[in-house]
Ligand binder design. Structure first.
Ligand SMILES: Nc1ncnc2c1ncn2[C@@H]1O[C@H](COP(=O)(O)OP(=O)(O)OP(=O)(O)O)[C@@H](O)[C@H]1O
Ligand SMILES: [Mg+2]
Length: 373
């Protein structure tokens, strides 16, 4: 058995109306509140959301460590819902690594295969291959407490993939590592998952991690799914204010005179009438906001004079604050559509605006997105 490319033909997870309630002294908590999700074989799907939104609980139900209150978990059409974890062709990588402290690296990686009572030679071949691909050969005889955090995480990965699972499950696997190692391990995980073509379900509350790893991101809030989409869709076409606010930083401008026409809208904002794309929920909504990301805001020094105390109108704003970060300048601008954050990259040091400067504020037409408020 070698760890070579696998065809993208298996590893389709289907979650149907998945619910998990925990009962405690203070009543029942609906940790997961009716989730529908379907992954494609070989897809990297990340569950992202704030603390307590139900990510770990969802993952643990898929792995078999929690029994759903109701709903179904299918893998390639087979019902997994009531199977114990060892009967599911899935491996989980934990935040705490969960290595066996009294076993060597090699024996940690071999453990699952030994339980399956494979022949000695087959086990050795598979373990060698996993150790090689995770660059652990030289550390094979060490105990886990003789390894760095990053090395322990690689052992956990080798131990998961040696089982040739159809699905890899990850619960915040990088959160105990320092920032630099986290970025490096991200790449390793993504490369490994792609090489093996294994479906991955990955839990994190780190949006950079989610954006850089995922084919699709599932944004969760209070036990429910807010949106499922590619990183690009989640960032540029968020379905709700919650998603827009959770991913990246966001300006929400107050428009007037909103007319929604299907997936487009006509609104008045920042002093002119504009045509914008609109989120699917915008047509039915009675109140709206316009999302503009800080890097999409365009600023030009304003020629016009404004008398002291006079309000600034239309597409004009007043600089409240300018912070120079080296690669970018971040401005806070007061406008009649609200306070706007603008990020200007590669700034010209001679043209940095000062506090109280007047500016014309604008954004490219395709960078505004109308959302239900
Ligand atoms: N065993 C349990 N008993 C009771 N309540 C639980 C249990 N496990 C989780 N919960 C509750 O279910 C909700 C979801 O928890 P979960 O661990 O799934 O969140 P999470 O999204 O993984 O959060 P985090 O980012 O902090 O890890 C929380 O309100 C939590 O307190
Ligand atoms: Mg969690």
């Amino acid at each position: 058995m070698t760890l070579t490319d696998r065809h993208h033909d298996s590893g389709r997870i289907v979650l149907t109306d998945l619910v998990k309630e925990f009962s405690g002294r203070d009543g029942a908590t609906r940790a997961v509140d009716g989730i529908h999700l379907e992954t494609q074989p070989g897809e990297f799907v990340t569950l992202l959301g704030p603390s307590g939104c139900g990510k770990t609980t969802t993952l643990r139900m898929v792995a078999g460590f929690e029994t759903p209150t109701s709903g179904e978990i299918l893998l390639d059409g087979a019902d997994m819902t009531r199977l114990t974890p060892d009967k599911r062709p899935m491996s989980m990588v934990f935040q705490s690594y969960a290595l066996f402290p009294h076993l060597s690296v090699r024996d940690n990686v071999a453990y699952g295969l030994k339980l399956q009572k494979l022949g000695k030679e087959a086990i050795n071949d598979a373990v060698d291959s996993a150790l090689t691909s995770m660059d652990l050969v030289k550390l094979a005889n060490r105990a886990p407490n003789q390894l760095s955090g990053g090395q322990q995480q690689r052992v956990a990965l080798a131990r998961a993939m040696v089982m040739r699972p159809k699905v890899l499950l990850f619960d915040e696997p990088l959160s105990n590592l320092d920032a630099k190692l986290r970025v490096q391990m991200r790449t390793e995980i993504r490369n490994l998952q792609q090489k093996l073509g294994i479906t991955a379900l990955y839990v994190t509350h780190d949006q950079d991690e989610a954006m850089s790893l995922s084919d699709r991101i599932v944004v969760m809030n209070k036990g429910k799914i807010e949106q499922v989409g590619t990183p690009d869709e989640i960032y540029r076409r968020p379905a709700t204010v919650f998603v827009a606010d959770f991913i990246g930083s966001a300006n929400f401008l107050d428009p007037t005179g909103v007319t929604v026409l299907g997936d487009h809208a006509r609104v008045d904002v920042l002093g002119s009438q504009r045509e914008l794309k609109a989120a699917p929920g915008a047509a039915e909504a009675s109140a709206h906001v316009v999302l503009v990301r800080p890097e999409s805001v365009q600023l030009r020094p304003s020629a016009a004079e404004v008398a002291e105390g006079e309000s600034v109108l239309g597409g004009r704003g007043r600089v409240l604050r300018a912070v120079f970060y080296g690669s970018v300048v971040e401005y806070e601008i007061d406008t009649d559509a609200g306070t706007i954050i603008a990020v200007v990259s590669d700034p010209d040091p001679d043209a940095i605006l000062a506090e109280d400067d007047l500016v014309e504020v604008d954004f490219p037409r395709d960078r505004g997105w109308l959302l239900p408020a």
